[in-house]
Write a protein that binds this ligand. Sequence first.
Ligand SMILES: Cc1cc2nc3c(=O)[nH]c(=O)nc-3n(C[C@H](O)[C@H](O)[C@H](O)COP(=O)(O)OP(=O)(O)OC[C@H]3O[C@@H](n4cnc5c(N)ncnc54)[C@H](O)[C@@H]3O)c2cc1C
Length: 415
Amino acid sequence: MTRYSAFAIAREALRQHTGWTRAWASPEPASHYDVVIVGAGGHGLATAYYLGKNFGIRNVAIIEKGWLGGGNTGRNTTIIRSNYLQDPSAAIYEKARSLYEGLSQDLNYNVMFSPRGVMMLAQTEHEIRGYKRTEMANKLQGVDTRFIGPAEVKRLVPIMNIEGPRYPVLGALWQPRGGTARHDAVAWGYARACSAMGMHVIQNCEVTGVESAGGEVTAVNTTKGTIGCKKLGIVVAGHSGHLAAMAGFRLPIESVALQAMVSEPIKPCMDVVVMANTVHGYMSQSDKGEMVIGGGADHFNNYTQRGSWQHIEETVRSLIETFPMLSRLKMLRQWGGIVDMTGDRSPIISKTPLGNTFINCGWGTGGFKAIPGSGWAMADLIAKGEPGPLARDFSMFRFREGRFIDESVAAGVAH
Ligand SMILES: Cc1cc2nc3c(=O)[nH]c(=O)nc-3n(C[C@H](O)[C@H](O)[C@H](O)COP(=O)(O)OP(=O)(O)OC[C@H]3O[C@@H](n4cnc5c(N)ncnc54)[C@H](O)[C@@H]3O)c2cc1C
């Protein structure tokens, strides 16, 4: 693997860029691996990466039915924050956010992490109370957030109309080190680092069945043949229910499409991320100048990865009161991704009824921000067979034990 550096760019410029090697290999699957991870989204790739980096487990295959990051990882609006209410959530999201800070250096791949600050607008008295409570919880958890008033909001985002007739801006929960990263680059960076460790990243290979014996998985059936494994990690977001059914167990998960869109590119006008949960919309400006706008989830279970007219209208209409300038913009494209929702809006990083099989899912509308922390915790679980401190509370069995981690407020807007 060529190491990326300023020196390498200069060297390649001098020799017409003939010396770059492929970023990752595309091998045919071997007949057996120590660990097979199903799903090459961010979470699956990060799991493999930390298995290699933290535990030296490198005989690993990551199997992807489409292309790297072609699921939700490449379809999200890239918001990164850790201002959650409950302690287990703040711990894993803050771990992820702090890993994002050094991820480009760690992976030797520019993931374009931009800690530009994230604000969640308070547009009702109820939200003010909720966010002040979260601010206090975050203080105890060591997460740097603070509640700011409307004047500070206006100073940070001059294009905002804070005196909207229906929902004036009353303040915001502000996380200065929240921000965004380039979603494809996160998948590509992890894939490249996995490949450099000798792991097999296998694309265009769908898992179609799971073979087990004596309560343990022995192999997965794929469109490229049967692949044996000592341990199996299922990390397939919106398809988790399908994979669990193949392995013979059920999950407390619903799958729905979540939608987003981008406008035509315009000059820089907003250098923070804004989330408006009451009117339901969230927005940032990409480096290309497009306004990246997150919409809502479909109100019915489905597996469609596309947008709909209804959501464009609903989302843009609700954001225009707070951002009147949006009414002059053309929307460039829209899309959808299949997200996996749990009842308490918290994820699952868990053992399963099968002894050597582990599952990571339920990140719903907000798992991009968690990728490094989730991969770290999942690798720990797979390597040791028992959850570590970051994953301990996120067992899939918590729903029947009544140990919910209620994040319906922190995850109240789809992002
Ligand atoms: C529109 C939208 C906006 C979002 N905005 C944000 C945001 O701003 N911030 C945030 O934190 N999160 C956001 N999210 C959520 C975030 O994108 C997801 O939680 C996260 O990307 C999930 O990553 P993953 O690796 O678990 O899943 P995915 O990236 O979906 O990866 C799972 C992979 O498994 C593969 N797979 C499925 N079935 C099989 C099979 N049978 N065999 C082999 N491979 C299989 C899929 O092809 C897919 O590539 C958003 C999501 C959407 C859809």
